[in-house]
Design a protein around this ligand. Structure first.
Ligand SMILES: Nc1ncnc2c1ncn2[C@@H]1O[C@H](COP(=O)(O)OP(=O)(O)OP(=O)(O)O)[C@@H](O)[C@H]1O
Ligand SMILES: [Mg+2]
Length: 252
């Protein structure tokens, strides 16, 4: 199996990008795949969610050429699951890259040596469509779009789809949308169901069958530095990410 390169992107904040990257990655690893997570967000949330150390050289140092990617691997509480950390230095990267030649391809070039070591590389993007996210889109084969079932969800989606379309046309013809996953879903509310119906009727097969429910165990797990399969594998949140992992495997 050749490496599957997936990014988790939505410029809207707090929609479940990090939670989805970590827990999907954890289940893929538990199923026996060798998985590398990369934290491309200056908030470093993914790093802390897997007990990573943001002070060690991370993806920023890798991108600017200060540290080879293979020396930035950190272990996590899950076997087969490794991470490259992110930290506050990433916040300045959009500006640092802007005058560079081939500025959209720094991430891609910095990862090319290590890709064959992995079954999956999953990248958690920041909540923006800036140059750092464009670098992720120029590297990836697949985008997963986590979406919260709320009224404003649809508005940002058009811009995100247009950006992905432009990158595909001009910079990375391999890029495709693997799917939209609904997060923090509450079946009881009419609004959640209306949003799901709207988006599902428009995007049809691109929507994953699995919906991630709102689940308190999913929100507690990061404060313990543990993915959900380790923190509480019997929770509803855990089951949903396990099911999402199976669906992703059937699509890649
Ligand atoms: N299914 C869920 N049930 C309950 N809480 C959740 C769920 N998914 C995510 N959360 C919580 O919602 C918050 C936002 O989630 P997360 O950090 O994954 O979003 P994000 O899109 O990565 O945010 P940002 O845009 O800031 O990077 C976090 O506190 C997280 O623990
Ligand atoms: Mg995040």
């Amino acid at each position: 199996m050749s490496v599957k390169k997936i990014i988790f992107s939505n410029q809207k904040g707090g929609v479940g990008k990090t939670t989805t990257t970590v827990n999907l990655g954890a289940y893929l690893a538990q199923m026996g795949h060798k998985v590398l997570l990369i934290d491309l967000d200056s908030q470093g949330n993914l790093t802390s969610a897997v007990s990573g150390d943001p002070k060690l050289p991370g993806i920023y140092e890798v991108i600017i050429g200060k540290c080879p990617a293979s020396q930035a691997y950190q272990t996590t509480p899950v076997k087969n699951l490794f991470a490259i950390s992110g930290n506050i230095n990433l916040a300045g990267l959009n500006v640092e890259l802007v005058n560079e030649l081939a500025r959209e391809f720094f991430l891609k070039n910095s990862l090319s040596d290590i890709e064959k070591e992995w079954d999956f590389i999953l990248i958690d993007c920041p909540p923006s469509l800036g140059l750092v996210t464009i670098n992720a889109m120029c590297w990836a084969d697949h985008v997963i779009i986590p979406m919260q079932c709320e009224y404003f969800a649809m508005e940002g989606l058009n811009l995100l789809m247009r950006t992905i379309g432009n990158v595909k046309k001009q910079l990375n013809p391999h890029l495709n949308i693997l799917g939209i996953v609904f997060t923090m879903y509450t079946a009881r509310t009419r609004l959640a169901n209306d949003v799901v119906d709207d988006i599902s009727s428009y995007f049809a097969d691109q929507v994953f069958q699995t919906r991630i429910p709102r689940n308190v165990r999913l929100s507690e797990a990061p404060s313990h530095g543990l993915p959900i399969n380790v923190y509480d594998g019997s929770s509803a949140g855990a089951k949903s990410y396990e099911s999402l992992a199976e669906e992703v495997l059937s699509r890649v």
